[in-house]
Design a protein around this ligand. Structure first.
Ligand code: ZN
Length: 321
């Protein structure tokens, strides 16, 4: 009950700081916005787990059917509020989703770890998403494509999986497990690029987040996307948002017609010290024998809250501009 009573307060704060309302171009004076923002309608819950019979072991057709059902449900809920649907791909902990939901937006998040049917590598699933994009039913898309197999943090042991030249799609003589990692990495990269191209065509704002030194940026399919006229890039360090590591990151956007200042904060510290905290940065690269750093890189996958907030806000602003 207590949560219910706090909810409108939280949402007013969120609507002021994160997301504009749809149709903001005809925005009434501030006081009126505040009044209308109360109460924010509840959003559809997270679709993780066994949602509507979407369990493990589905074939391509079954996965597409599940995604279609979930998208339809989310679209109908959005329509009732005069909105369109927000999408977070490879959503992990749903950091961006949570920001959008706090503003009352209808969001569908995709991550096979949460729901195996939401498999963006699958062509039939892609086709369902593309249809929604083309029909103008999507507000914006955030892509947190996994960077693991594209990482330059691997030196010596574990060995690198790619290089920036002929080996961009994978080095020869990889172990069976590494070859599988590379295959999956190539498939997610190609799906990412395909979605960006579809967003560009449909003029839907889209953001791709990856470490600045991730080899994903050098993949030919992603390079081609970066040639697009609406492409912009924002570079920032996670330490400037309170993380212990610097992790310089590129937030690439398409159809977002402005720079995102909040995502362009760079550390000015020297000799490994952080200009924000004054402490030494925690290193995320691998060194032989330091297995625990695998854990650190995974932990660093989580976005600092102010990063998630800035990314969610920028996409919402671009969608309602
Ligand atoms: Zn720093």
């Amino acid at each position: 009950m207590q949560l219910t009573s706090f909810w409108p307060v939280l949402c007013v704060a969120a609507s002021l700081s994160v997301c504009p309302q749809e149709g903001a171009q005809n925005a009434p004076p501030q006081e009126e916005v505040l009044t209308r923002a109360l109460p924010v309608l509840p959003t559809t819950p997270s679709l993780g787990g066994d949602y509507g019979g979407c369990s493990q072991g589905l074939d391509s057709k079954g996965k597409a059917k599940c995604v279609k059902k979930a998208l339809k449900k989310t679209w109908k809920a959005a329509q009732k509020k005069g909105q369109r649907v927000f999408l977070e791909f490879w959503s992990g902990k749903e950091a961006i989703t949570n920001q959008w939901r706090a503003c009352g937006y209808e969001v569908l998040s995709f991550d096979t770890l949460t729901n195996p049917a939401f498999d963006l590598v699958d062509e039939k699933v892609q086709a369902v998403v593309m249809r929604y994009l083309r029909r103008g039913r999507i507000s914006a898309v955030f892509q947190g494509t996994p960077c693991s197999s594209w990482s330059t943090a691997r030196h010596g042991r574990p060995p690198p999986l790619r290089d920036r030249k002929e080996g961009i799609y994978g080095l020869p003589n990889l172990s069976k497990a590494d070859a599988e990692r590379v295959r999956l990495g190539n498939a997610t990269m190609k799906a990412t690029a395909k979605i960006i191209r579809a967003c560009e065509e449909a003029k839907v704002p889209v953001m791709l987040e990856n470490p600045i030194n991730s080899m994903l940026w050098a993949a030919p399919e992603v390079m081609a996307c970066r040639e697009a006229p609406s492409y912009l890039q924002n570079h920032g360090d996670y330490c400037q948002h309170g993380a212990k590591w610097r992790k310089r990151t590129r937030f690439a956007t398409w159809c977002v017609p402005f720079k995102i200042e909040a995502l362009c904060k760079l550390c000015k510290g020297k000799k490994g010290f952080c200009s924000r905290s004054g402490k030494k940065h925690v290193l995320l690269n691998f060194k032989p024998g330091e297995k625990f750093k695998v854990f650190r890189t995974r932990k660093a996958d989580k976005y600092p809250k102010s990063v998630a907030k800035a990314a969610a806000k920028a996409l919402a602003d671009a969608a309602t501009a």
